[in-house]
Design a protein around this ligand. Structure first.
Ligand code: SAM
Ligand code: SF4
Length: 461
């Protein structure tokens, strides 16, 4: 590689991947690389991939195919993340121009893998056209630790992109094995960081001026502190409180919570500590007990409803959002109606909806994916329509209220500022030229109009 080592990194998928990329970027920069914004400028091209659904995975292979021709310019390619772990060495067959395949459980070994990658001479572009099997296409570096590692990817070199709010991963991997899900196979076994290390990172972020922290994990509330003596170990709710009490921190969010491990102590913590945000994302997946059981979700509808009741009886107005999968094998019309009816009953503030997508290695793969795609689409559409009606009503509730928002950005074309409430709602607002709000500050906004997915208002001076 040339003296000036450059890399381009594109991230697909969830917040966990976005944050992993911040840590990967920090690691590369520490190893002497410089990040560039286009594939053309880079020596090393990395894709941090997602394989949660088939479409996400196909996107990565299309992107790799699009840029294959750049190999002849001496560029090297690496696939990171869930597709890397899932497809492993098969990626080298499908995309022979790839030199590095590394799953998230092996990121701690990235510095060594980068060194290996650098020892291979850069291909001479002139010779590349004449030789099919070039030195470069034979470099095959893999980091494919499966479910063996107990280590979390902890680094002091995280390159956070937003200076006001940032992620902290508290738990990695997953041991739940829901019947449809690849995560336990792609992200390894469940492992938690110590509360001391999480709190040290939170304090460091506060010292740097961050005011909002988002705790991340596939199931944050399955957190198990392994620090020190058992008496000093913190439960998830205790960790939430401790992060919320870090001086300088104004908001703490956490995602995702698994219903089975969702204790009442989390709701009590939200009630007790004002910095903990009024929002819980609690994926239900289905409103039918039969489907929940087939999905191996480890709770019943009634248990889920109990958790919703805890939140509704809280003193604070906790916004609740969820994920739903339609068309899981065996989901009948009646099962689907039960999901629609759960939406009415809970009155969610937001729902992420997905069509079931069969995934490699998962237990559900042996079930027949018998529901036709048109029927999945019909159910998805019906679900989104029902939820839209619910949200129109719910958002109206905020008309005329004053909400504190963090100012996130400005929408220049609309001449509006984009704000976010503690409930994670977008509240766009106008402000007089004499009171221009600063990005990252907190201001009060009065809501004057409501929409299905956002609010509009005016800055309160
Ligand atoms: N750990 C979280 C939980 O248990 O709810 C979810 C993590 S997963 C990355 C995010 C969402 O993707 C899931 O809640 C589910 O709705 C959706 N999902 C996962 N696997 C899927 C599949 N095979 N087909 C469709 N949607 C899927
Ligand atoms: Fe996937 Fe289930 Fe684990 Fe969530 S809890 S990551 S849906 S296996």
């Amino acid at each position: 590689m040339s003296g000036d080592k450059t890399f381009y990194l594109e991230t697909f998928g969830c917040q966990m991947n976005v944050h992993d990329s911040e840590k990967v970027i920090g690691t590369l920069v520490h190893e002497g690389y410089r990040q560039v914004q286009t594939v053309e400028q880079a020596d090393l091209i990395l894709y941090n991939t997602c394989s949660i659904r088939d479409k996400a995975e196909q996107k990565v292979f299309h992107r790799l195919a699009d840029f294959k021709k750049l190999q002849s310019q001496g560029k090297k390619f690496g696939v990171l993340g869930c597709v890397a772990q899932q497809e492993g060495e098969k990626i080298f067959e499908r995309a022979p121009h790839v030199s590095l395949v590394c799953g998230s459980a092996s990121y701690t070994n990235l510095p060594q893998m980068l060194k290996q990658l650098e020892t291979v001479p850069q291909e001479n572009p002139k010779e590349a056209h004449s030789s099919k099997l070039t030195a470069q296409s034979l470099i095959r570096i893999t980091g494919l630790d499966d479910r063996a590692t107990d280590k979390c990817f902890e680094t002091e070199f995280t390159a956070r992109t937003n200076p006001h709010r940032g992620y902290i991963t508290i738990i990695e991997g997953c041991d739940k094995f829901c019947a449809y899900c690849v995560v336990p196979f792609t992200r390894g076994k469940e492992r938690s960081r110590t509360s001391e290390s999480v709190l040290a990172e939170a304090r460091q972020m506060a010292d740097l001026g961050y005011t909002e922290i988002q705790l991340l994990g596939q199931n944050v509330n399955s957190y198990k502190d392994s620090a020190g003596k058992s008496a000093s170990r913190k439960s998830f709710a205790e960790l939430l409180v401790a992060v919320g009490e870090v001086p300088g921190i104004k908001r703490v969010r956490f995602t995702t919570s698994h219903p089975r491990d969702f204790g009442r102590d989390i709701v009590d913590a939200i009630d007790a500590v004002p910095t903990l945000c009024d929002h819980v994302h609690l994926p239900v997946q289905s409103g039918s007990n039969k489907v929940l059981q087939a999905m191996q979700r480890l709770y019943t509808r009634e248990q889920y409803e109990e958790r919703i009741a805890w939140m509704k009886s809280a003193e604070r107005d906790i916004a609740i959002t969820t994920d739903v999968i339609v068309g899981f094998p065996g989901e009948s019309d009646q099962d689907f109606m039960e999901t629609l009816n759960l939406l009415d009953e809970v009155g969610y503030d937001g729902v992420f909806t997905f069509k079931y997508s069969p995934r490699p290695n998962t237990p559900a793969l042996s079930l027949q994916d018998a529901i036709p795609d048109e029927e999945k689409s019909r159910r998805l559409e019906a679900l989104m329509q029902r939820q839209k009606e619910i949200q129109i009503k719910r958002y109206k509730k905020y008309l005329g209220t004053t909400q504190e928002v963090m100012v996130e950005a400005k929408n220049e074309s609309r001449k509006q500022w984009i704000g976010r409430t503690t409930q994670n709602k977008t509240l766009n607002f106008t402000a007089p030229e004499t009171s221009v709000p600063q990005i990252g500050t907190y201001v009060n906004v009065k809501a004057t109009q409501t929409f299905p997915n956002s609010l509009l208002g005016e800055l309160v001076i």
